[in-house]
Design a protein around this ligand. Sequence first.
Ligand SMILES: Cc1cc2nc3c(=O)[nH]c(=O)nc-3n(C[C@H](O)[C@H](O)[C@H](O)COP(=O)(O)O)c2cc1C
Length: 168
Amino acid sequence: MKKIGIFYGSATGTTEKTARRIGSLLGVGDDHIFNVANTAPSKSGDYELLILGTSTWGNGNLEDDWYDFLAGLEELDLRGKEIALFGCGDETMRDTFCSGVGELYNRLVNTGAQFIAPYDTIGYNFDHSAAKPEDALEAYGLLLDDVNHPELTETRLRGWTNLIKQQA
Ligand SMILES: Cc1cc2nc3c(=O)[nH]c(=O)nc-3n(C[C@H](O)[C@H](O)[C@H](O)COP(=O)(O)O)c2cc1C
């Protein structure tokens, strides 16, 4: 298993809680789980697999704390690293569900990192998301809706982290 760092941005705690659950499912301790609000982008250099999580705010935007960190990350050479994405949103926002994950993907796709663990969106109920190509069944990462379907989160988290264990 690769050396894993988990980086999250979270306004009201949902994505943070999720990051910690992912950590416990993957055996990643709290000292390798970082809030991007108070972490230097260079911290990513310590890890081979970066697990990046954001909620979505405004009209399909990244959680605010991500902007500075992401600008720093874009400047780094991420060749040889793997990235897995997850996001927390609200699928009743039918046109922007977890679109923040799409913004992470679009801004990091040219850094040379390899994206792993795309995840299916079967059983979800939304129309559009920047986190998923229009005709695809799979999103760029794990999308969660703890607002309307908290009962589905644990199963999804287990499925996705099992995929990471196979791929990382
Ligand atoms: C004002 C507002 C705007 C939101 N916009 C979106 C959105 O466009 N898409 C989405 O999927 N979720 C949206 N959400 C839902 C949040 O992303 C969701 O509540 C998430 O779990 C918050 O996670 P956090 O506490 O880690 O920030 C919005 C919530 C609020 C209150």
